[in-house]
Write a new protein. Sequence first.
Length: 75
Amino acid sequence: MGFTELRAASEMEVFFNYAKNKELLAYEAVLGKQLAPAMCALCLYDAHKLEEQEFIQLNHSHSHSIFKGIAFKTT
C-alpha cells in the first residue's frame, strides 16, 4: 500500500501472567533483529517481574530503553 514506516506498542504482561519469561526473552531477541530502520516498537514491562539476569538480557535485545523517564541507547 506504499507505507514507509510502522509504529507499534504492546503490553507484555501476558508473558508474566502465564510464567513465560523464557519465551518473552526469546521473542524479544528475535523481534529486535527483525525491525527495519523505519519501524518502531514500544514494549511495556513491569521490570519488577524479571530476575536481574532476565532484565539485563531483555535490555540487550533493544537498541533504546526508557526507565522511569531516563532514556539511553544500548551499544
